[in-house]
Design a protein around this ligand. Sequence first.
Ligand code: ADP
Length: 469
Amino acid sequence: MRKALGAKLGAKMQGLSTFRATQNNWFSSDGREQNIKDYASLLSELVWKRQTSFLAAAVLAAFYFDAVSVFATYALVALTEFLDVDLGRKSKSWDGQDPVVGRKIFKRIVINTIISALAISVFIVNMALQQSSTGHFTPLFFLFSASVFAAMYNSQLIGILLLRLTFYGFAFLFIAVFDLVRYAPPLKSQIWLEFFTIIFVLYFIVDISIKFSLRHKERLEQMKQIKEESERAKAALEVKAQFLATVSHELRTPLTSIIGALELVKNDTLTSLPESLKPIINIAARNGKRLAALIEDLLCMQKIESNEMEFDFVSIDANDLLCETVDSTSGVASKLGIHVTIEPCAEACSIIGDRDRLVQVLTNLLSNALKFSSYGNTVKARVEALGTRIRISIHDEGLGIPAGSKDRVFGKFSQVDSSDVRRIGGTGLGLYISKQIVERHNAIIDYVSELGVGSTFYVEFDRGTDSHN
Ligand code: ADP
């Protein structure tokens, strides 16, 4: 058995490492595929934002400069937008895996950037050339805005950003040097001051571009780490679930035969069992049953957590459901000397649910009530209609639960810590499982309790359409 288990886990681990290797491969070129996709999709997303500002700039420039040349250069800029939109569409359909497609998209990004940066530079330089005065506030400010926009939104691909900024840099320098050449001013002149200011602004633009790019890289790195962490956690959970399921299954079969054999020995009247052995056999049989209950709970929990539990929703009469549950526990109740009463709902009270699962929930509530009651106590099982809701409750006169224990009562493997509970025993999974089942029914499970007085556990459902009338 151990060998089989080892082999299963070995195969699982191998599968995991292959999976991880594929993941690493995807990020092999420091996330360039993702960068290309991000860049291209942002290009097409921002098309209207860019176009609105370009058009506004063109209309403004056309009013003060030669309209024909302004709109001619603007048309070139608009044309590059179409190319960018088309590129964005292509990159969206690329799954980031095929490097040939990736290289093609990247090549087109380079070409589009060259055309677009050239068109914008020509559009702006054209304005500067038409100005006879120095200063060139408008074209320089347009150029500055275009550079900041690029630094903010094109930082995914630093090479491409630098390519675009190189064109803008040349345009900046051209405008500055053009005046120096045109007027050959002395060093004290304002034209030199403007030239040095432009150099300063250029440095500033390059600096913020690098900062934006580094921040983008950091963000990508964080995303990569989060993704890896979540994959690791998912894989660990899968291994845990598989391990739990395998161990439980491997234990269940031999345990069933052990319990069967012990019961046989216990009840066999033909072979006389020595008196001294009877208590030992009884303890062994009892513990075997406890172990079997724990395994059942573990399997059930694993099924719920891996979403493998199937529910067969049908219309159920809540009174029938409760009677069935009480009947199935009547043997235990009479053995413990506890009287169980049923108070059915007078009117029709259908709910929608999975019959077997709901019997499991109610059996758990009822067996807890019996477990924590004393000899001679009464347990009251009740169905009541509360407007549009149907409530099934189990009330006992037992130990009660201390205030503030709700998380522990409905928690996994948790029991409210008291010596009585330890004496009574249990897996601490029953109410956790019940809560999961009830929540899959869009219903609620809760309790009210007073220490030393008793507890009432209840489940509350939406009233279902009544198929019994
Ligand atoms: P267990 O197998 O331990 O009964 P459950 O999940 O069914 O596990 O219950 C969790 C804990 O909630 C119990 O161990 C007990 O401390 C408390 N509890 C549940 N029902 C009752 C009850 N009717 N009266 C007192 N305590 C209860």
